[in-house]
Design a protein around this ligand. Structure first.
Ligand SMILES: NC(=O)CC[C@H](N)C(=O)O
Length: 222
């Protein structure tokens, strides 16, 4: 992978320094480009779509930069990893901010944890879900390679993904959180791999080594 490149989409939603520096750590020779330039994103070998904050701002920032269509095109073409708000934006809609239409790349919705959340023992759970939680693998996938089932990853979110068609991993937090999704060349995670120690770094390394599937699944939007 010595001459390959990874674009980290920079659309004003969060400090991408931790993502870029984690990639520098694991990406032996991979060129890491933090950018909002559509052409640069489209010509990279693979793309990371991160994000922190509120979904309405996220969608507005993407649209104002023309990056909504770029992300849809990337999803049709090359390995893409959505992280946190970047994962949520891939779905049909989110309950955050009173309801927001998202990119509709993957079927499913983003839902509020609610104000009355309890674990199976009846203990009240705080929202946001903030801290380490186990992720159970739902499928075998190249991005899970070398990562033990039920490894811990770091989460910070108040809304959770419900996308039963393409679940790659789950976490338990009063409800079943779809913590990872996989569909063709798209993988997405609710947790922050860049803040998740060795398991997270391994996932990023696996992403940089992930060969693009030959079949293109998603239609390119016009
Ligand atoms: N950490 C975040 O940026 C959270 C993303 C989203 N607003 C949520 O609460 O789920």
């Amino acid at each position: 992978m010595s001459s390959s490149s990874v674009a980290v989409v920079d659309y004003g939603m969060g400090n991408l320094h931790s993502v870029a520096s984690a990639l520098d750590k694991v990406g032996d020779g991979v060129k890491v480009i933090v950018t909002d330039c559509p052409d640069t994103i489209l010509s990279a070998d693979r793309v990371i779509f991160p994000g922190v904050g509120a979904i309405r701002d996220c969608m507005a920032e993407l649209k104002s930069r023309g990056l909504d269509e770029v992300i849809q095109e990337v999803a049709a073409q090359k390995p893409m990893l959505g992280i946190c708000l970047g994962m949520q934006a891939l779905l049909e809609n989110s309950e955050e901010n009173g309801g927001v239409e998202c990119l509709d790349i993957l079927p499913g919705a983003v839902k509020f944890f609610g104000n009355d959340l309890h674990d199976s023992a009846g203990t009240r759970l705080k929202v946001p879900h903030m801290g380490w939680n186990n992720v159970a693998h739902s499928i075998e996938h190249p991005l899970w390679e070398g990562i033990a089932n039920n490894s811990r990853f770091y989460f910070v979110h108040s809304y959770y993904v419900d996308a039963p068609d393409f679940v790659a991993g789950t976490a338990d937090y009063g409800v079943q959180v779809h913590a990872a999704l996989a569909c063709e060349n798209v993988f997405a995670v609710q947790f922050h791999p860049e803040k998740s120690g060795e398991a997270g770094l391994r996932l990023l390394r696996n992403f940089l080594n992930w060969d693009r599937p030959t079949a293109s699944f998603f239609p390119v939007s016009d």
